[in-house]
Design a binder for this molecule. Structure first.
Ligand code: DC
Length: 245
């Protein structure tokens, strides 16, 4: 995989001295299961602290999209690995810009059902993971950043300054997802949202390579009953209090 990144270091409101201090080090790793709120929380924290933001899930989704687009079976390890290793990928941290893979700009497609179904197959393949982890580390090396995913504190950035793991029960996460998709916390689709979420939890946690789990030195945050802003406040408090990993 060849890497290029359009992620820029945020500089708003920082003196040059503060900028040197901030941009040379701070890496915040946020992991958690499906619908734990890590992407919204990570983006919120990056805005509040003026850090860059990287959603690594989008990168796995981009490989799944590429496999489907090229007619490759996403479960075929050899072909999907070759695809991931040969692709060029550039990631943006702005909300709507997504990922450019082999020159194709991807946004909403990455969240559509076919990609949703294929992505956990792709994420189990070790060579795909190695190619993406290399790219994620290259991006993170460029300065202060919030990185969200499943294996950031354990594998991608074991030396992250702050490691957080967001936790909420499957039922709570299913309610949030149902609200997002159908506009209410419960209703006819709730059971299937819950079942899909439990299936994806099992795939993420049961995978041999880099299973989802909190790093031994991660701070585990229970997000039950908290709003996104409430969790962002708590994370910023932890960072500013210097509760480093
Ligand atoms: O966070 P998400 O739903 O966009 O993630 C998409 C898929 O990629 C999901 O199956 C988990 C996987 N993933 C992963 O294995 N490691 C990461 N660092 C990020 C996502």
């Amino acid at each position: 995989m060849t890497a290029s990144t359009r992620l820029g270091v945020g500089t708003r409101g920082l003196s040059s001295r503060a900028l040197i201090h901030v941009s040379t080090r701070r890496k915040i790793a946020i992991d958690g299961p499906v619908a734990s709120g890590k992407t919204s929380v990570g983006r919120g924290v990056s805005r509040r602290l003026d850090y860059r933001f990287l959603d690594t899930g989008l990168m796995y989704r981009a490989v799944a999209w590429l496999a489907l687009e090229r007619g490759v079976d996403p479960g075929d390890e050899e072909s999907t690995s070759r695809l991931a290793e040969g692709a060029s990928m550039s990631v943006s941290d702005s909300e709507d810009m997504g990922v450019i893979v082999d020159g194709v700009q991807l946004g909403a497609q990455l969240r559509e059902a076919p990609v949703d179904r294929a992505v956990s197959l792709v994420a189990r393949i070790s060579r795909v993971r190695s190619a993406l982890v290399r790219l994620q580390r290259d991006i993170a090396r460029e300065g202060a950043i919030v990185v969200v995913g499943r294996d950031i504190g354990t594998v991608v950035l074991p030396d992250a300054d702050v490691k957080l793991y967001l936790e909420a029960s499957a039922e709570e996460r299913a309610r949030r997802r149902h609200l997002e998709v159908h506009g209410s916390e419960a209703g006819p689709g709730y059971e299937s949202v819950l079942r899909d979420l439990e299936r994806r939890d099992a795939l993420d946690s049961g995978r041999v390579d880099s299973p989802l789990m909190p790093a031994s030195n991660a701070i585990v945050l229970q997000t039950y009953g908290l709003t996104v802003d409430g969790v962002v406040d708590e994370v910023v408090r932890i960072v500013e209090a210097g509760q480093w990993a």
